[in-house]
Design a protein around this ligand. Structure first.
Ligand code: FAD
Length: 325
């Protein structure tokens, strides 16, 4: 009997979200006394296994097959389902990323079991479990119970310190060759757009966000400059994407990206709940706003009350000034 953790990786580079899922799963496997096993699928799985092996797992299952070239929800879920059947999985976990939720939804359908997505807390009591999970991007917490034969759930992304699980000795790497129909490759990642910075909204240590207060697409130039100076990326609110000033891929929030940088500089953003749920995992927030009553100002750890068109260039200038002395 096993607790399987689907560990996401990108051609061998393990995602932080995989460590979150392992950190979440470890105490459950300890208390239930079942074997904690990781699952890595596709090209690069062998490379990724070297990073996972020391994180308290008994076995890392690596699945390889000529059809497993890159990520695809159907082929990954069929592979995970076969490993679940083979190892008599009692619990299957992944991080609540888009990819993790997509694969587990497919696995649940294949196993005809329910799926609890985005759990913040879970207690397994023998054959049943009770969980608290987030809905509406975190603005609603829902308590649920399940008595499914196989418990399938994903862990709220960014709710845990992915580094919390310290290295605790090595397990074994076991190769698994699934029996796969090439038809399952109907949806497959075939290409990637390489970002020049190498960092994305989800991985950036600094996000400089702009809202309606920025006023125009051109107004983002000073935010870009600041982000460039401090190794960050630019994010924005939905008011901005609705106005066509920035692409949707830059949007932070419930219907955008959930971020967790070291610092989020939110300028000209009121902090509506739908934006806040995407930003609240930031370790520090600096709000720049003309309105002292703005939600973002009252919730932020730090705030500058003023016109962002003056404040942002002043911050950039001060950083450059200090660096040059
Ligand atoms: C189903 C649903 C999903 C949604 N999903 C998202 C989402 O994912 N992300 C998201 O962001 N929103 C989302 N929204 C929209 C959300 O409700 C807000 O409308 C939006 O976040 C507001 O964007 P904003 O803060 O930029 O604009 P506003 O609310 O208009 O705020 C502008 C702020 O800029 C300040 N300001 C103005 N001029 C300046 C200046 N010169 N200097 C400094 N400050 C200035 C103002 O004081 C104000 O606080 C969603 C809404 C719905 C209904």
């Amino acid at each position: 009997m096993t607790l399987l953790v689907l560990c996401d990786h990108d051609r061998g580079v393990v995602s932080d979200s995989a460590y979150e899922a392992l950190t979440f799963a470890k105490p459950i496997s300890d208390s239930e006394n079942i074997s904690l096993q990781a699952v890595l699928i596709g090209e690069g799985a062998e490379e990724a296994a070297k990073s996972i092996i020391s994180f308290g797992v008994e076995i890392v299952n690596i699945a390889t097959h000529e059809c497993l070239t890159d990520y695809g929800p159907e082929i990954w879920s069929e592979t995970l389902t076969q490993i679940a059947n083979e190892t008599e999985a009692k619990i299957i976990v992944s991080s609540g990323t888009d990819r993790g939720n997509e694969v587990l939804a497919h696995v649940a359908a294949r196993l005809e079991m329910p799926f609890l997505a985005n759990c913040r807390k879970i207690e397994i009591n023998g054959a049943s479990s009770s969980a608290t999970r987030i809905q509406w991007g975190g603005s609603l917490l829902e308590d649920v119970t399940s008595n499914a034969e196989v418990q399938i759930f994903s862990v709220e992304h960014h709710s845990l310190d992915s580094k919390a699980l310290s290295s605790s000795g090595g397990g074994d790497i076991v190769e698994f060759e699934p029996d796969l129909d090439p038809q399952l490759t109907r949806t497959l990642v075939v290409d990637r757009v390489v970002r020049t910075h190498g960092i994305t909204l989800t991985t950036a240590p600094v996000v400089v966000g702009g809202g309606r207060g920025v006023g125009s697409a051109e107004g983002f130039a000073s935010l870009e400059e600041l982000a460039e100076e401090i190794g960050g990326v630019v994010g924005c609110s939905r008011a901005v994407t609705n106005n066509g000033w920035r692409p949707h891929s830059d949007q932070v929030g419930q219907t955008g990206t959930r971020i967790a940088p070291e610092i989020y500089i939110a300028s000209g953003i009121s902090g509506a709940i739908q934006h806040w749920v995407g930003a609240m995992a930031a370790k520090n927030i600096l709000a720049i706003n003309t309105d002292p009553e703005a939600n973002m100002v009252t919730k932020a750890g730090y705030a500058v009350l003023g016109d962002l068109h003056e404040v942002i260039p002043a911050i950039t200038a001060e950083i450059r000034n200090r660096r040059s002395t």
